[in-house]
Design a protein around this ligand. Structure first.
Ligand SMILES: *Cc1c(COP(=O)(O)O)cnc(C)c1O
Length: 366
C-alpha cells in the first residue's frame, strides 16, 4: 500500500534544517519551556493575529485547558458537533461538563448554526465549533449566537492551521482557539504538541499556569493544573515548518482543486464557501458507492480512510448521554458515505489523476 500521508517526503525536503535544530537543542540541554517554545509562541501570535499563544502537550490538552480556564465544569453544557474526532468530546467530559450535540451542515460537514439555538438551555456555557477537514465553520453566525446568549466560543482548530474567513485566521474568532500539532496535521511536529490562542490576557495567564502544575513560579502552586507543556524539540521543529505552512496549504489546495475538477461529476466533492480559505487537512468525497470505491482503490494499493465511520453520539463511550440512531440524520448519512483520499503537500499530481481515474472507472461499472 502507498502511504495515505507521506510524512517522509516533507521531512526529506527540510531534513538538514531539522537535524541542525534538534542538535542545537540537544547540545543546549534545555528541553522544557525554553527559548524555542517562547519564540514559537511569538511567531504563532504574529501569524494568526492574536495577542496570546500558549504551547501545550497536545490538541486534546489545548481543549481541556481552554475549558478549564473558562471555568466550565460540573452542571454546565457545551454544544458541539457529533461529526468530529473524539478528543473534542473528551475535553468536555474531562472538566465534568455535558456535551450537547447539534447536527452538521450537509455541504461543509461543520456544525449547523441554524440548529444551535434550539439546543441552548440555562445550563449552556459554551459552543465548540470544529473546523472539520480544514474547512472554516460559520464563525460569524456562531459568534452572533454566542453573543446573544452570553456563551463562550472555543474553536477546535486542530485540522485548520492557516485556514481563514476573509483575511482573518481560524482560531482567532472565538474566545479561545485550540490547535494540534499531531504529525499528520497541516502543521505537524514529530510527536505530540498543541497550542491555545486567545486575545484575552487573563485567560492566557490561567492557561500558562494550568499547563505547568498550576504553578506561576518555582514550587509555588496556585491551583491544581496539568503537566502539559510543548517540548523544546517539538517547538524547534514547528518553528521551521511554520515558515513553510503557507506553501504547504497552497499545495494542498492545488491537489484538492485538481481532484474536484476530475471528480465533481461523479461524487460529491468538498465545498468551499465564498470568502473562505479551506486548508484541506483531508480531502473527503461522498458517495453512496463509498465502500466499493474504497475496495477498488485498495486493489490498486491506494489507501483511503473513513473519517468518521460512527458519529460521536452513537459511540459506546458516551452511551450514558442517551442519544440514539436517527438523532442527527445528516451526521449519520455523511458517516455512511464519506471517504478521504490521499492528500498532502508533496502528493504528485500524477497520483491525483491516477486515483481519480480509478474512481471514475469504478463508478462507470456501478
Ligand atoms: C487531532 C484532533 C484533536 C486532538 O489533537 P491531539 O493533538 O491529537 O490531541 C482534536 N480535535 C480534532 C478535530 C482533531 O482532528
Amino acid at each position: 500500500m502507498k502511504p495515505f500521508i507521506d510524512l517522509q517526503a516533507q521531512y526529506g525536503n527540510i531534513k538538514e534544517e531539522i537535524l541542525k535544530c534538534i542538535n542545537e537543542i540537544l547540545e543546549s540541554s534545555h528541553y522544557i519551556l525554553g527559548e524555542n517554545v517562547k519564540t514559537f509562541e511569538e511567531e504563532v501570535k504574529s501569524y494568526l493575529g492574536v495577542s496570546e499563544a500558549i504551547g501545550v502537550a497536545s490538541g486534546t490538552d489545548a481543549l481541556h485547558l481552554a475549558l478549564k480556564a473558562l471555568n466550565i465544569g460540573k452542571g454546565d453544557e457545551v454544544i458541539t458537533t457529533p461529526f468530529t474526532f473524539f478528543a473534542t468530546v473528551e475535553a468536555i467530559l474531562y472538566v465534568g461538563a455535558k456535551p450537547v450535540f447539534v447536527d452538521i451542515e450537509k455541504d461543509t460537514y461543520n456544525i449547523d448554526p441554524e440548529k444551535i439555538e434550539e439546543k441552548i438551555t440555562p445550563h449552556t456555557k459554551a459552543i465548540i465549533p470544529v473546523h472539520i477537514f480544514g474547512a472554516p465553520a460559520d464563525m460569524l453566525k456562531i459568534n452572533e449566537i454566542a453573543q446573544k446568549y452570553s456563551l463562550k466560543v472555543v474553536e477546535d482548530a486542530a485540522q485548520a492551521f492557516g485556514a481563514r474567513i476573509g483575511n482573518k485566521k481560524i482560531g482567532s474568532f472565538g474566545d479561545v482557539g485550540c490547535f494540534s500539532f499531531y504529525p499528520s496535521k497541516n502543521l505537524g511536529c514529530f510527536g505530540d504538541g498543541g497550542m491555545v490562542v486567545t486575545d484575552n490576557a487573563e485567560i492566557a495567564q490561567k492557561i500558562r499556569i494550568l499547563r505547568n502544575h498550576g504553578s506561576p513560579g518555582r514550587y509555588i502552586h496556585e491551583t491544581v493544573g496539568l503537566n502539559s507543556r510543548l517540548d523544546e524539540i517539538q517547538a524547534g521543529i514547528l518553528r521551521i515548518k511554520l515558515r513553510y505552512i503557507e506553501e504547504y496549504n497552497e499545495q494542498r489546495r492545488k491537489k484538492a482543486f485538481l481532484y474536484t475538477k476530475l471528480l465533481s461529476d461523479a461524487v460529491i466533492t468538498p465545498k468551499e464557501k465564498d470568502n473562505n480559505y479551506h486548508v484541506y487537512h483531508l480531502y473527503s468525497i461522498r458517495s453512496i458507492f463509498r465502500d466499493k470505491i474504497k475496495e477498488t482503490l485498495a486493489n490498486y494499493d491506494i489507501p483511503s480512510v473513513i473519517y468518521y465511520p460512527l458519529p460521536l453520539h452513537l459511540q459506546k463511550a458516551v452511551s450514558f448521554l442517551g442519544y440514539k440512531e436517527g438523532d442527527f440524520p445528516v451526521s449519520e448519512a455523511v458517516s455512511r458515505e464519506i471517504l478521504s483520499l490521499p492528500i498532502y503537500p508533496e502528493l504528485p499530481d500524477d497520483e491525483v489523476y491516477e486515483i481519480s481515474q480509478i474512481i471514475l472507472r469504478c463508478l462507470q461499472n456501478s
